[in-house]
Design a protein. Structure first.
Length: 94
C-alpha cells in the first residue's frame, strides 16, 4: 500500500506541511518534494508519475512522492517521531 505525504502525515499524527519540512531538513526530499535519493530509499519512498492531456497546453506531466508500508516506521525513526501502529500488509493470493 502506498500513501501520499498528506495521508502519511495524518498516520504519523502531524501536519502535512510539518512532515514535508522535517523530511527536507533530514535530506529525504528535494525542493520539488520528490525523494532526494530515489535509489537508496526505494523501499521506503517512491515516485508516482502521472500524465494527462490538456486541450490547450497539450500533454501535462506530474510526479509525487509516495510512502510504502515499510516506509512508515522507517520515516518515523528518521524524523524522531513515535512509531504509529501500522497494519500489516495482507499477502496477495492469486
Amino acid at each position: 500500500m502506498l500513501r501520499n505525504l498528506k495521508q502519511t502525515a495524518q498516520h504519523l499524527g502531524i501536519k502535512h506541511k510539518q512532515l514535508i519540512r522535517m523530511m527536507r531538513e533530514a535530506g529525504l526530499l528535494n525542493d520539488q518534494n520528490l525523494p532526494a535519493h530515489p535509489m537508496r530509499d526505494k523501499f521506503y519512498l517512491q515516485t508516482k508519475q502521472g500524465q494527462w492531456y490538456h486541450p490547450k497546453l497539450g500533454m501535462q506531466h506530474s510526479a509525487s512522492t509516495r510512502v510504502t508500508q515499510y516506509g512508515i516506521n522507517w520515516l518515523a525513526d528518521k524524523l524522531g517521531i513515535e512509531r504509529p501502529k501500522v497494519p500489516e500488509e495482507r499477502p496477495r493470493v492469486a
